[in-house]
Design a binder for this molecule. Structure first.
Ligand code: UDX
Length: 438
């Protein structure tokens, strides 16, 4: 099928490449000329495992093209996917102006029937607005349908999530459009859930906020574990083996970050308030999440007393492993807070240092070439992101390199007993029992 994806960011680019991989003829549109040039040369602007080879392969086989022209995109695709940013606004609601602009641009070039698909994460009822906008600006009599088809990919495993999804959600109010969408997804082996537009939009916000709720739930339990003398890892395993609960997203830590959860939870709260049905539970989810970093800093201050001029090693800057994305990264927030208190931060991240250097805080810290280099001479070591290489570090070598053996493990990557046996004083998240044993 001939498909067009408008917006070649994380979601748009991965979606376009995966559609091409299964045999569709795909045009990806982006208004950033430099990005388009680099994509045509097979260079992608983000670190995402498996994506670059996929883009290269499909560009070479001519199933994937990039352009800056929306007109070319509208002309090419029988289905037009909108995958442009929906950034947060200060009050938590979402800035839908990019979506609205694309809707107007599409309508300008619309000559015959197209399915216009909203892939970006948007509040419920956006599809209705997109349809209204296109109708208003398009030539009279031109036919189209609007469909909501939310994307559930995770950064770091985006290609796999897209090629083998748990489910595909298609929300639409027209049989013609739904039949076309079913055909688009035929090559993907996954259950397809067909709904109305509003339900599909709600599924995305409800899914992400439920996952955030799980994280905040276990983080709240972690605080109780610390107070009571229990190990949150054991509690998470114990409740997670219940199939009704599931072990996923029950890893206690510094809290959730990234470009999706914080924004989507705020947006869900905002739209629920606009609809007159405030979702107060989610406010508690947010509150617990932001408390995690405060509690962690309290523990660091408690151990170090004064942070000013202390050399503190921070392992991990990306918002989670296997990505170079530092947007709304809790690790970066932590570094900012340490710097604000006068600490000398030496950071190391396997992939995210280039992006971190572009941030304001990037000019105020040192970057090391390896985890061990960062820890050398450190008066405390903080683990902020759980990259696999950190857990595999030689603890004996680490003990020799640090100035004072204090580990603050914000992602529970270490076995507290093992690190203690090398002479470290250890503090994880929700690991009350072990702290006492030490
Ligand atoms: C998320 C959703 O998972 C995905 O379906 C949606 O399409 C986009 O948003 P992503 O932001 O890429 O994906 O990352 P995810 O793996 O969900 O992690 C989000 C945050 O939660 C990270 O900061 C991670 O460190 C944190 N997290 C995750 C925890 O603190 N504990 C957990 O148990 C799981």
């Amino acid at each position: 099928m001939k498909l067009t994806v408008i917006g070649s960011g994380y979601v748009g680019l991965t979606t376009g490449a995966c559609f091409a991989e299964v045999g569709h003829q795909v045009v990806c549109v982006d208004n950033d000329e430099r990005k388009v040039q680099s994509l045509l040369a097979g260079r992608i602007p983000i670190y995402e495992p498996a994506l670059e080879p996929l883009v290269r392969k499909n560009v070479a086989s001519k199933r994937l093209r990039f352009t800056t022209s929306t007109e070319e995109g509208v002309d090419h695709g029988e289905v037009l996917f909108i995958a442009v940013p929906t950034p947060p606004q200060p009050d938590g609601s979402v800035d839908l102006s990019f979506i609205e602009k694309v809707a107007r641009e599409i309508s300008q070039y619309l000559d015959s029937y197209r399915v216009v698909v909203d892939k970006s994460t948007v509040p419920v009822k956006t599809g209705e607005r997109v349809a209204q906008t296109i109708r208003r600006y398009a030539k009279p009599g031109v036919e189209f349908d609007v469909v909501s088809n939310p994307e559930f990919l995770r950064e770091g495993s985006a290609v796999e999530d897209l090629m083998k999804p748990d489910r595909i959600v298609i929300g639409g109010n027209s049989d013609r459009a739904l039949a076309i969408m079913q055909k688009v997804y035929e090559p993907f082996v996954a259950p397809v859930l067909v709904t109305d537009i509003n339900s599909a939009e709600l599924i995305k916000h409800a899914a992400n906020s439920f996952l955030a709720l799980k994280i905040s739930y276990i983080n709240a339990v972690a605080e109780i574990c610390e107070a009571a003398g229990a190990d949150v890892l054991k509690v998470a395993d114990g409740i997670g083996t219940d199939k009704r609960i599931g072990r996923a997203f029950l890893d206690a830590g510094l809290g959730y970050g990234g470009s999706c959860f914080p924004k989507d939870i705020a947006a869900f709260i905002a739209i629920s308030e606009q609809l007159g049905t405030p979702f107060n539970l989610l406010k508690e989810v947010q509150r617990i999440n932001s408390r995690q970093i405060d509690r962690f800093l309290d523990a660091i201050r408690e151990a170090l007393w004064v942070l000013k001029e202390k050399r503190i090693a921070v392992w991990g800057l990306s918002f989670k492993p296997n990505t170079d994305d530092v947007r709304s990264s809790v690790a970066v927030s932590l570094v900012e807070r340490l710097v604000a208190e006068g600490a000398n931060v030496v950071a190391y991240d396997p992939k995210a240092m280039e992006k971190a250097k572009e941030l304001a805080v990037g000019r105020k810290i040192q970057f090391a070439d390896s985890a061990i280099d960062a820890a050398t001479g450190a008066e405390a070591l903080i683990i902020a992101t759980e990259w696999p290489e950190f857990a595999a570090v030689d603890l004996s070598e680490l003990r020799d390199k640090v100035r004072t053996p204090l580990i603050f493990d914000g992602r529970n990557i270490f076995d507290p007993v093992a690190v203690a046996s090398f002479g470290f004083q250890y503090r994880g998240i929700g690991r009350g029992v072990v702290a006492e044993r030490n």
